[in-house]
Design a protein around this ligand. Structure first.
Ligand SMILES: *Cc1c(COP(=O)(O)O)cnc(C)c1O
Length: 372
């Protein structure tokens, strides 16, 4: 299938033609065929999360990823509860904002975008504040591409006897996560990230024993995760309100393709190969990555604006777009950066072609051929 351009962004991302073709039929939302697909998706998500069906459940929620985060936070934390948000980027800040808008008692442990979250600091905050019932944090902070130490943070929170909510939006499916073994209470992701579906819904993998205690907690009707779960269970895959049928069908196909690729571990290997190739070739072209390799995820990479050539992001963006690649602007207030994603139906050869285009931009700029 012809592409207008390759998306090198952290979602929506480039999908296979077979995922797109899966949307070419119309489905009835309450018919058994369709509900069967929903149930199959819920089962496959639990396998992907390495979570046991008796202990965990998967709930699908209409809307983009943020809707899933808002549904999870707004339903998980009871009226008398208190949320601690760990923040080292824009998506952590968004969770803090959600808690504020919903009127949830909360506090924030602020970090910096170039440093991973620190388990010792989290432990100290939890030891000093017995009111905190829940802790929320982002696994891969897409703002920079930094990979927070998931296992360390989850262990600290669990050792302190609190519930943990993980925004694994940009990592789930692209990095293996042992949700069951770690005892994660809520893990949130969406259709259009590493599972490589199209945008339209998010999902929450939740511990049954924990979610079952959340009836009546929600501060919203549409984003009531408990109610959504209850309906999906009782009516075998029925969504409470109109579900994004075509998106669901495409997602089912995307899950099958993830399994065909060899699962999250194999996909992670491909993404990591893309990412290493990207950094190597970008460095050859004179660009420098914002993060050191130790904290860098395979998902998305932040690059500093180059100093060796006259450079403006907009010109660079359109130069690459004309050649079939769409990249991402930066999201940091204190550093001039841009981002390139390495997830989706994107392969090493694509990254090599992208970097050839980047090199020709650099050559033109050096020769004065690019007006800034
Ligand atoms: C993409 C993303 C989200 C959700 O963003 P939406 O625009 O609502 O889909 C949340 N957290 C992280 C870390 C993300 O990468």
């Amino acid at each position: 299938m012809d592409r207008n351009y390759l998306l090198l962004t952290p979602g929506p991302l480039s999908t296979t033609s077979t995922v797109k073709e899966a949307m070419m039929r119309d489905w009835c939302t309450w018919d058994d065929d369709y509900k069967g697909i929903v149930q199959d998706i819920r089962g496959r998500l639990l396998s992907l999360a390495q979570a046991d069906v008796d202990a965990y459940t998967a709930v699908l929620v209409q809307g983009s990823g943020t809707f899933g985060v808002e549904a999870a936070i707004g339903t998980a934390v009871p009226k008398e509860g208190k949320l601690l948000v760990l923040e080292n980027g824009a998506y952590g800040q968004r969770m803090e904002q959600i808690a504020g808008v919903l009127g949830i008692q909360h506090c924030t442990l602020n970090g910096t975008p170039d440093r991973v979250l620190d388990g010792e600091r989290v432990k100290a905050v939890l030891e000093g504040d017995a009111d905190i019932t829940h802790v929320a944090f982002v696994h891969c902070e897409t703002t920079t591409g930094i990979l927070n130490p998931l296992e360390e943070i989850v262990r600290v929170v669990k050792d302190q006897g609190r519930k943990v909510i993980v925004d694994a939006m940009s990592s789930f499916g692209g990095i293996p996560i042992a949700v069951g073994e770690l005892g994660i209470d809520y893990l949130i992701s969406s259709a259009n990230k590493c599972i490589q579906g199209v945008p339209g819904f998010s999902f929450v993998v939740a511990k049954r024993s924990v979610l079952s205690e959340c009836k009546g907690n929600a501060r919203s009707l549409a984003l009531d995760l408990y109610d959504q779960w209850e309906t999906m269970e009782r009516d075998s895959g029925k969504w409470r309100f109109t579900s994004p049928t075509h998106v669901v069908r495409a997602f089912h196909q995307a899950l099958i393709e993830l399994e065909q690729e060899g699962g999250a571990q194999r996909r992670c290997t491909r993404y990591a190969d893309n990412q290493r190739t990207l950094v190597r070739l970008m460095e050859e072209a004179g660009f420098e990555a914002y993060l050191p390799v130790e904290t860098q995820s395979p998902i998305i990479t932040t690059f500093k604006y180059p100093l060796h050539i006259p450079f403006a992001f907009v010109g660079f963006y359109y130069f690459l777009k004309e050649r079939g690649f769409v990249i991402y602007p930066g999201k940091l207030s204190d550093a001039e950066v841009f981002r390139i994603g390495t997830i989706g139906d994107v392969h090493k050869g694509d990254i090599e072609r992208l970097c050839e285009a980047v090199s020709s931009y650099v050559t033109s700029a050096q020769q004065g051929g690019i007006a800034i």
